[in-house]
Design a protein around this ligand. Sequence first.
Ligand code: ATP
Ligand code: MG
Length: 236
Amino acid sequence: MVAEAAVTAREVSKSFFMGRQAVPALSKVSLEVPAGTMTALIGPSGSGKSTLLHLIAGLESVESGELEVLRRSVHTCGQAELAALRLREIGFVYQDFSLIADLTLAENVRLPLEGAGVARKQAHEAACDAMARVGLSGLEDRFPAEVSGGQQQRASIARAIVGERKLVLADEPTGSLDSKTGAEIMDILGGLRDDGVTVVLSTHNPTNLSYADQIAELSDGALVSVTERTGSGERG
Ligand SMILES: Nc1ncnc2c1ncn2[C@@H]1O[C@H](COP(=O)(O)OP(=O)(O)OP(=O)(O)O)[C@@H](O)[C@H]1O
Ligand SMILES: [Mg+2]
């Protein structure tokens, strides 16, 4: 059986404009992410990892090339459909957790569902389920400042999967954590992948690569290598 692709990029390019000067961030990147796998984006600072994640998330627009995310072409689908895709089907995990300080963890986790129009009670139940999946049961009513960094990152992963979303994008999810806590976060992301969630993450930490099924290396905005890892189930 050929795995369906969760993300397909064909010659995707993106530049940013500083005044009239175009700064290339991604140049003709072609990459396929099979559904239910984990892909790690690596490469030096400024190589385009975050830019690629932002394009997949729909947070930035594609300049040229084709990008399909969860079977939708981000070119042909309209703004409303893209917004819905982002809100209901894609989760984003940031290095700095990006939780709202004056909301409880459960309120943070249910925000994307409330934004998508789900009733509060139902959103809260889904938030509790997502928090249970990342080992945060019992901490629903804590505020972010009242839990550890690792627990804050778990909450941000819960927010990324709440309501059974199938694509999680994580930009250096362990970058702000010590190595032990970072390994716990990678265990959680690896477990989600084992449950069928597609994970694309960027990382500077080589030990995180043992969790990945595929490693895509960027350099100066170009994809310079894609390495398939077999037996990524054997982690240690
Ligand atoms: N909003 C922006 N405006 C202008 N240039 C940008 C913007 N975002 C990114 N860039 C440029 O695009 C290139 C790629 O940046 P990107 O943030 O994707 O790199 P990265 O691989 O994530 O780096 P890091 O490992 O430091 O996070 C860099 O040259 C960067 O300066
Ligand atoms: Mg980055």
